[in-house]
Design a protein around this ligand. Structure first.
Ligand code: DC
Length: 229
């Protein structure tokens, strides 16, 4: 059955289950998935690698004109590849230093403007599921569907800890992770520009006690009811 082009925005704090849910949802809807956080991470990496102080607007403008970010969709259940100026940085952008710095540089308006421009371009010709912090509020205020995922900080820390263990990055305790998450959430939700915030018309889903499959089923059910009428 042919469905019209749709935009699904999924926002929420770190480790609320956005990315995994958005990825699986995109697969079910047969459309592309974009992890907007990965784009901010790629910018953070570029600025660090090139020792560019983002406070210097002139340097930052030049840097932004030199940054080329490509998102290569995965085949099957794998991760999207993030290509920064021709180099696959998918792993590097997940380093703790980049996690923290991406939230810092995401407060800068020139960077946000550029990212929003790229994100809107990606949705011009195709259906898309995009996750992030400002997708339903700023990037696509007219999105067909908006979801805001939340979960308790303890559960989010537990998930991040478990993920780290699976990836062999298990040096931090759940408590340390909890503090880092709380710190990053605060910075993301109190910044002046495009803070992490639930759009008025977004559907809030508390994932604390839900499995990924249950989250996907719930969101897919809501979308399906509307588009497959
Ligand atoms: O989703 P993530 O944890 O990979 O995102 C990394 C950082 O990027 C996050 O702390 C804040 C920033 N970000 C943002 O400001 N706006 C978005 N739409 C996505 C991410």
């Amino acid at each position: 059955m042919e469905i019209k082009r749709i935009i699904v925005a999924i926002d929420g704090p770190a480790s609320s289950g956005k990315s995994t849910t958005a990825k699986r949802l995109a697969k079910k809807l047969n459309c592309i998935y974009v992890d907007s956080g990965a784009m901010y991470r790629a910018v953070a990496l570029f600025l660090l690698q090139n020792k560019i102080d983002f406070i210097d607007k002139k340097l930052l403008r030049k840097a932004l004109s030199e940054i080329n970010i490509e998102i290569v969709p995965s085949k099957g259940q794998g991760e999207n590849k993030i290509i920064l100026n021709g180099v696959d940085v998918s792993k590097m952008i997940r380093e703790p230093e980049i996690t923290d710095y991406s939230s810092t540089i995401a407060t800068e308006s020139l960077i946000r403007q550029r990212m929003v421009e790229l994100q809107r371009k990606m949705a011009e010709t195709q259906s898309i599921v995009m996750d992030g912090r400002d997708i339903g509020t700023v990037v696509f205020p007219q999105a067909d569907f908006k979801f805001f995922l939340v979960a308790s900080i303890d559960e989010r820390a537990r998930r991040r800890w478990q993920e780290n263990q699976q990836k062999g990055l298990g040096t931090k305790t759940p408590d340390e992770i909890k503090h880092e998450l709380a710190f990053r959430d605060k910075r993301d939700s109190t910044r002046k520009i495009a803070p992490l915030k639930k759009a008025k018309d977004a559907i809030e889903i508390d994932t604390t006690n839900l499995s990924i499959q249950q989250q996907v089923d719930e969101i897919f059910g809501i979308i399906k009811d509307e588009i497959f009428l």
